[in-house]
Design a binder for this molecule. Structure first.
Ligand code: PEP
Ligand code: MN
Length: 349
């Protein structure tokens, strides 16, 4: 059920409705929108009568939501969600595109700083890098763990970038929440419901990647798990799905972007690196992602991809990232978006 408050409803009236919801043993999710606040109700709704709320002060409309997802839906919030990082002058879902770039895995302080310097200079405000890597083989590099998180926190301090990094279990989620700015949940964990619930109780935004064979509805339901726990700051990420096509690692499903935008207020970015698995396809698919209306990109960049400890073949060189940013900047203008300007940064010592 969804309660749409009147445009002029006061905070007290919103609170009174939320209290009423709680008194019925349900959970209230007040979501402020541009015009008015809507209150999503989750929990067992079988017994709730619409009339209980109809006559309360400030209530505009009480609506039964028939979709399986509620809080992620545009029914509850018409305007797009914008996630802001004011201290770092960055946002996701607003007019400016969110460009996230960095290596697949943090391998050393020197590697992280070298890549960060180049991508920041090119205009990326978000630094990605894995400290905990969910690898297909147990013998592959598993990441530096907390040391990797420490290095990324240094990257934030030195380059003023927003840090995005993956949590793979409850233990790493606590640490990622402590060190990073955005908690990434990877494709392999998109339906790890216990991890989603824990991310929903975290105080940092969550970047949720689409599972390798997840439908649009399954993807939105995974985000609903996070929101139902009270964390409303979610960024969706299309990263390709498994198909019969074998010319790429995955098939990047760009049609998901407008499909999500029609149903949900959450921002959606595209990862053309995992989406294609091939360095030479990252640039064209980045251009296409922005043209289709994505809110940003997540791109793997490495200073020495041939020696990368993970995902070298899909990692682009810093010079290629410069070109990508130049082209994406031009396409952004066509779709009324913008990309942050190039930024002078001190050379790394
Ligand atoms: C990643 O971004 O490093 C990653 C492992 O991606 P995915 O979960 O999409 O495979
Ligand atoms: Mn990777």
């Amino acid at each position: 059920m969804l309660i749409v408050m009147q445009a002029h409803a006061t905070e007290e009236q919103v609170r009174a409705v939320c209290d009423k919801v709680s008194s019925l043993g349900l959970k209230a999710h007040p979501i402020p929108g541009a015009q008015r606040t809507a209150i999503g109700i989750t929990g067992n709704q079988g017994a709730v009568e619409i009339g209980v709320f109809d006559d309360m002060a400030g209530v505009g409309e009480v609506i039964r939501v028939s979709k399986p997802y509620k809080l992620v839906s545009r029914d509850i919030k018409e305007d797009n969600t914008i996630i802001r990082f004011p201290a770092l002058d960055a946002s996701i879902g607003g007019q400016e595109l969110a460009i996230m770039a960095g290596p697949c895995a943090i391998e050393s302080r020197e590697q992280a700083f070298t890549v960060a310097e180049r991508v920041r200079r090119a205009g990326a405000k978000f630094f990605r890098g894995g400290a905990y890597k969910p690898r297909t083989s147990p013998y592959s590099f598993q990441g530096l763990g907390e040391e990797g998180l420490r290095i990324m926190a240094e990257v934030r301090d030195k380059f003023g970038m927003v840090i995005v990094t993956e949590a793979i279990d409850h233990e790493s989620l606590d640490l990622v929440e402590q060190y990073a700015d955005v908690i990434q949940i990877g494709a392999r964990n998109m339906q790890n419901f216990s991890l989603l619930k824990k991310a929903g109780r975290a105080q940092k935004p969550v970047l949720l990647k689409r599972g390798m064979s997840a439908t649009l509805e399954e993807f939105l339901m995974a985000a609903e798990y996070v929101m139902a726990e009270g964390n409303y700051n979610i960024i969706l990420c299309e990263r390709g799905v498994r198909t019969f096509a074998d010319h790429t690692r995955n098939t990047l499903d760009l049609s998901l972007v407008p499909a999500v935008q029609r149903l949900s207020h959450l921002p959606i970015v595209v990862d053309p690196s995992h989406g294609t698995g091939k360095r030479n396809k990252v640039l064209p698919l980045s251009r296409a992602s922005i043209a289709v209306g994505a809110d940003g990109l997540m791109v793997e960049v490495h200073n020495d991809p041939d020696r990368a400890l993970s995902d070298g073949p899909q990692s682009i060189f810093p010079d290629q990232f410069d070109q990508l940013m130049n082209e994406v900047r031009q396409i952004a203008g066509v779709v009324h978006r913008s990309v942050a300007a190039q930024q002078a940064v001190a050379a790394v010592r």
